[in-house]
Design a protein around this ligand. Structure first.
Ligand SMILES: [Zn+2]
Length: 100
């Protein structure tokens, strides 16, 4: 018997959307993982949301916000467009997605 270990790969894409924490439009990095849904990470305040379940719990520890903002901005640099994200997802799902 063989066991297949499936590690989800994540695709990052850029989005400008409203940040509920700051009450204004911000740059967001969207993390798209097939089967795991989408997470939105704010480059302005460091908060992070799951599009289905709402805001992630904020980490403990000092300066988490500063670290999170830095991390999100790094991801923003390597993030792609939404169009590329969808192409990637279709690719991951294979021909099933095309048939649907
Ligand atoms: Zn924010």
């Amino acid at each position: 018997m063989s066991l297949i270990i499936c590690r989800p790969s994540t695709f990052y894409w850029r989005s400008i959307r409203y940040c509920p924490t700051e009450g204004r439009k911000r740059r967001f990095v969207m993390a798209e993982a097939v089967w795991y849904g989408t997470a939105a990470m704010c480059c302005g305040c460091g908060d992070k949301w799951d599009l289905k379940f709402g805001r992630f719990q904020r980490p403990f520890g000092r300066q988490w916000r500063r670290k999170a903002i830095k991390k999100h901005r790094e991801l923003w640099k390597q993030a792609r467009t939404k169009r590329e994200a969808w192409d990637w997802i279709k690719d991951q799902l294979g021909s099933e997605a095309v048939a649907a």
